[in-house]
Design a protein around this ligand. Structure first.
Ligand SMILES: [Fe+2]
Ligand SMILES: [Fe+2]
Length: 201
């Protein structure tokens, strides 16, 4: 890969990471006072580290870190500004997962290309890998949070304080033959991780 192509690819990440800093900072304000707000604040800090480490590499390659504008809207098929007004935690987390997965896929593609090209700058590859791991950790926290919310909602709906628990010798029948907890597991599958299939490094 020639240097100009690499710089333009890094600029794409630079812009995406900057967009994510803004997004997570906005979300940390919306969810202020909740643990999620604190997590978004921390995510913004980590994304800022990514902005900085990618920006430094662009400069080292002789380029100028350049903001390419709104990178997020095309990924999610919505105007990024609308997300700021979005207050539902589940929607927020789902959108965040989409963006993080796009970042992971593109980091993975670039890392593989650099390996194929036997690119000499191992430090750059390590930075990209570490950024990838951070995005992976963000994704997994968001996903775990969605599952926890769904399980809580399910429990609150089906096992409220007034629910009489069956006696241990009492035979319990469920309309579809399965205990309700299975439904929870099915719901959990909705947010099952979509694997990045080609991580080889
Ligand atoms: Fe990032
Ligand atoms: Fe991230």
């Amino acid at each position: 890969m020639d240097t100009d192509t690499l710089i333009s690819k890094l600029n794409w990440f630079y812009s995406l990471e900057l967009n994510q800093v803004d997004l997570y900072n906005a979300q940390s304000k919306i969810f202020k006072g909740r643990y999620s707000g604190l997590v978004f604040e921390r995510c913004a800090y980590i994304e800022q580290n990514h902005v900085d480490n990618i920006g430094e590499k662009i400069k080292a390659l002789g380029g100028k870190p350049t903001v390419l504008g709104d990178i997020i809207s095309p990924i999610i098929g919505k105007v990024a500004g609308e997300l700021i007004a979005m207050t539902g935690i589940e929607d927020t987390l789902a959108i965040n997962i989409m963006i993080e997965q796009k970042a992971m896929k593109d980091y993975n593609d670039l890392i593989e290309k650099l390996y194929q090209d036997k690119y000499g700058d191992k430090e750059l590859i390590k930075i990209l890998q570490h950024n990838f791991v951070d995005e992976h950790l963000h994704t997994e926290w968001f996903r775990t949070k969605i599952i926890a919310i769904k399980q809580y909602e399910f429990t609150a709906k089906h096992f409220s304080a007034s629910t009489k628990m069956p006696h241990k010798n009492q035979i319990t029948e469920y309309p579809h033959g399965n205990p309700p907890i299975l439904t929870t597991l099915k719901r959990a599958k909705i947010v099952k991780p979509r694997q990045i299939k080609s991580v080889k490094w």
